[in-house]
Write a protein that binds this ligand. Structure first.
Ligand code: ADP
Ligand code: MG
Ligand code: ZN
Length: 497
């Protein structure tokens, strides 16, 4: 039997706000000693009251806007009750009836997940977003031997939970979705999106149904996936397992699976308990949250251009390849760098398309190579995009050739000096340095008064004599065309008015 795979993704994005969701504790807890980022509020001491973190709310609104959602004008907080040792209050403050964002969508490019390349099998896909809401994270339990240890540093850190409609149908689409979401989170600057560190956690809900069937099959949830690759591989594994169960006449049980990365298999983590009775009710200690139009518009105005929109602009307006456009846009800081280099180059009246092509070549080639060999992030690159543009212009103007330029760029990358300064220091600058050429020309004219008189009285062939003198003085490095032009100019100035 042929089955259709149906997947809906629940993703938790941990925010990188300075403080926690409802208290002043630092939310930057990674690597900190256990229970050092805690206070009466996030430890749930009696009488301690929560206060809403404005930045966390704005971040959630930004994510909602990026996911083309409706933003709620009115929401309130609710208590989701359940008892677990890493949840000190015995309930989680979350949003249930009125998520801050709902009914959106995200467009993602489903590429080859190994190479990142856009191939003949690649396509763009729209995945509907059911809701995105704000909540607080739990603490963390560690089980060692027969004991359990709890660390509340993470308790109360702001989370955004994003739930899709069951629109995902392959492991590659799930991979593409999370990858695109991670790029957006990073572009908005609201979180690291690092799945490896648990700062973004994607949990696929998946089921199979006979192709053409209306009703969904029984769903299985996969948890504890700490990389995009693990999400993709666990889904592939689970498709095989569920297909096997169904083909042998069995029924898929509703369970929560874990992922054994070392063996590459899903394992049953727990049988689905009876549906939880979370007893949601309005949080009495917090006021409702109203988001008025002015606030919403102010946030919308601050939204950066998002990766996919940028990517399309680069392919459609600049004619870049799909691959170049992707690698330049998945990190917004790289895209900013590229945009600034193109702007600087185009200001030097190079055609914008040509400027984009050469900036893209330099950035995806030499810059990325040097960044990866030295483990330098784009933010720490010492070459300003305008300085890269200056170097490219030197090549375009034929002041230096491409091989010289690549060497110069390596020096720029290491030392942060400008192309001009390096070319000067290496004695390559004379070729295009008009000041130096003008001085050499004046010297040649002053040193040869007879030839000058001869030229001015009509002996035109003496022009070549002066060209020779200037070239000699510049040790052959004068740009011949510039020498000719500047010499003509200087000779005309010597004519009596
Ligand atoms: P729960 O209440 O168990 O969390 P939800 O109805 O909230 O379940 O759905 C959670 C996620 O699972 C959503 O992304 C949804 O699209 C997806 N989903 C729901 N039912 C199925 C199913 N039968 N197969 C695959 N995905 C499903
Ligand atoms: Mg759920
Ligand atoms: Zn606290």
């Amino acid at each position: 039997m042929e089955y259709e795979v149906v997947i809906g993704m629940e993703t938790h994005v941990e925010q990188n706000t300075a403080s926690k969701m409802f208290c002043r504790c630092s939310a930057e807890f990674f690597g900190a000693e256990p229970n050092t980022h805690v206070c009466p509020t996030c430890l749930a001491m009696p009488g301690a009251l929560p206060v809403i973190n404005r930045q966390a709310v704005e971040n959630a609104i930004m994510v909602g806007l990026a996911l083309n959602c409706q933003i709620a004008a009115h929401t309130f907080w609710e208590r989701k009750s359940y008892w677990y040792p890493d949840l000190p209050k015995g309930y989680q403050i979350t949003q249930y009836q009125y998520p801050i964002a709902s009914d959106g969508y995200i467009d993602v490019d489903v590429r080859d997940t190994q190479s990142g390349n856009w191939t003949e099998q690649s396509y763009r896909k729209r995945i509907r977003i059911r809701r995105a809401h704000l909540e607080e994270d739990t603490g963390k339990l560690t089980h060692i031997g027969g004991s359990s240890f709890v660390d509340f540093n993470r308790a109360g850190v702001p989370l955004i939970e994003i739930v899709t409609e069951p629109d995902i149908h392959t492991a590659d689409e799930a991979y593409a979705f999370l990858s695109a979401l991670r790029d957006i989170v990073r572009c908005l600057g609201i979180g690291t999106g690092d799945m490896e560190k648990g700062a973004m956690r994607g949990e696929p809900n998946m089921s199979l149904r006979p192709v053409g069937a209306q009703q969904f099959g029984t769903k299985v949830e996969i948890k504890n996936l700490n990389s995009l690759r693990a999400v993709r591989d666990s889904i592939v594994c689970e498709i095989k397992r569920q297909t096997g169960v169904l083909n042998s006449g069995g029924r898929v049980q509703q369970v929560t699976m874990g992922w054994d990365d070392a063996h590459g298999v899903t394992i049953v983590q727990r049988e689905k308990e009876e549906a939880h009775d979370y007893r949601y009710f309005p949080e009495p200690d917090l006021p409702p949250l109203d988001i008025d139009a002015a606030w919403l518009e102010a946030i919308r105005a601050r939204m950066p251009e998002l990766p996919l929109a940028r990517q399309d602009r680069y392919t459609q307006v600049y004619g870049l390849s799909a691959y170049d456009a992707m690698v330049l846009t998945r990190d917004c800081a790289v895209a900013e760098y590229f945009d600034r280099a193109v702007t600087a180059l185009a200001a030097g009246k190079v055609d914008r398309k040509a400027a984009a092509k050469s900036a893209a070549n330099w950035i995806t080639g030499d810059l990325f190579r040097l960044m990866s060999s030295t483990s330098v992030e784009i933010a720490a690159v010492k070459v300003a995009p305008e300085q890269l543009a200056e170097l490219i212009a030197l090549v375009d103007n034929k002041a230096i050739n491409i091989n010289t330029a690549r060497g110069v760029f390596e020096e720029m990358f290491a030392g942060g000096r400008s192309a001009g300064a390096i070319v000067d220091a290496k004695g390559l600058a004379q070729i295009s340095d008009t000041g130096a050429l003008r001085r050499a020309i004046q010297d040649a004219l002053d040193a040869n008064p007879n030839q000058l008189k001869g030229y001015l009285s009509g002996q035109e062939k003496l022009f070549q004599y002066f060209v020779g003198q200037v070239m000699k003085a510049t040790k052959g490095k004068g740009n011949p065309q510039m020498v000719q032009n500047l010499l003509k100019e200087a000779l005309e100035k010597r004519r009596a008015p």
